[in-house]
Design a protein around this ligand. Sequence first.
Ligand SMILES: Cc1cc2nc3c(=O)[nH]c(=O)nc-3n(C[C@H](O)[C@H](O)[C@H](O)COP(=O)(O)OP(=O)(O)OC[C@H]3O[C@@H](n4cnc5c(N)ncnc54)[C@H](O)[C@@H]3O)c2cc1C
Length: 430
Amino acid sequence: MAGLGAAIALTKKGHNVTVLESTPQLQPIGGIIVMQANANRILDGLGVYESLLTICAAKPFGPSTRRYKDGEFLIKKLAETHEQEYGYPLWPLHRGDLQQVLYEFAVKRGITLRFDCRVVALDDDSETLTVIIKDGERIEADIVVGADAERPVPGIKSSVRKSIFPDSTCVRDSGMDITRVNIPEAIVRSDPETSILMDQIGLWCGPFTTLAAMPVARGDKWYLGLDCCHQRDETSVEGSSRKQNIEQFKEYFKDYASPIQKLLSYTREAHVWRMMETMPPSWVSRSGRVVLIGDAAHAALPWVGQGGGMALEDAATLAECLQRVVVSEDIPNALQAFQEIRGSRCKLVQEWSAIKGKRATLPDGPEQEQRDKNLRLFNAWVKAKPWDKIHVDELPELESLNWKAWLSGHSAVEFANRKLDERFGTRHYK
Ligand SMILES: Cc1cc2nc3c(=O)[nH]c(=O)nc-3n(C[C@H](O)[C@H](O)[C@H](O)COP(=O)(O)OP(=O)(O)OC[C@H]3O[C@@H](n4cnc5c(N)ncnc54)[C@H](O)[C@@H]3O)c2cc1C
């Protein structure tokens, strides 16, 4: 996501980009990836937004927060509110479809995409920066962008990150897993109790678990995607296949309300991922010619729904930063600027995702009751204090109303250029 996004953004600015992808061909896999207004703003800037509307059957839904036991709505928002407030809609997409759209766009723009090219190491110490591919081929570059997050069963890896920080532990394990399930629309619609779930996004909160139910199109077929977060049971994953043990998985959600029980009874196959954060000591190598972006730099837990959004913001911001490079000696300064512009925002998203997850998974008791009381007041609170649309670039206090505006109303490109003007003046690469 970050790699294709960066390739498109950089090519638009006139750079010569080669994408090295480890898989033998495009593997448009994964589950649902939520695109909020800030992410859709970037996709529009890249020129791929219109294709999304046609290829991905993207459709906005109203998000809600619900209680696991009885399905009570703690928060319920209208589908159109997000777009009215932040300029673009919020919609769940299939990760594979989004990847396909970005890929086709990159091909059309003539970007060199090389599959089956696993990066195994970098030579960042010599005068010439070199990428080393698995078969020993060496490719020289002015800059290397490490958008190479990889999820083997035990964690999140990045070969580029490993090359520049060989001795650092860059990953924090949440101790929880996420299991992903897709149920065809026809099955969900066959029962009135589950059918309504096809018309909304719902985050169900239970003890040590959450279950997000989101309608999503794959091509022209609709599914209900379930992203189910739960504690880890080392025995539940079948080898390295990611296949979840269905009976074990259902146990985590056995006290959820009847519509969820029905959905789980339809589940025949599910895949599980470990939930981890990445936090390397820096995103830029000592030489100042290698930069990490996307999940390789700052993977977050899923509760803020911004993995794809942050990856795309990185891509667009990087292109703006490199636009300020006039001679190659400027590259380290531009990459440092990139880290400074993006660092605090991505860190806050990581922190808030972790806090939100902790609260959403509270066991029943006084803390959970207080949480639910606050959530029930949320809609009235928003109505009473509408967002003034001014402070989107300032870091808000967590939980201030401007938090959401800061997150979804953000324009990464405008913000980057304001910061870059402060640092570089109006100097631009021609
Ligand atoms: C298989 C898969 C399924 C996912 N499913 C979901 C989902 O359902 N919902 C969700 O919200 N998020 C999902 N994600 C994560 C989400 O896509 C990311 O949070 C977000 O898009 C950040 O993008 P990224 O470019 O940093 O990482 P990714 O989108 O993971 O892209 C990294 C790319 O780097 C490639 N790569 C890795 N190592 C090397 C190497 N050594 N050499 C060359 N190429 C390499 C990978 O093959 C991959 O194409 C998934 C990621 C993957 C890989």
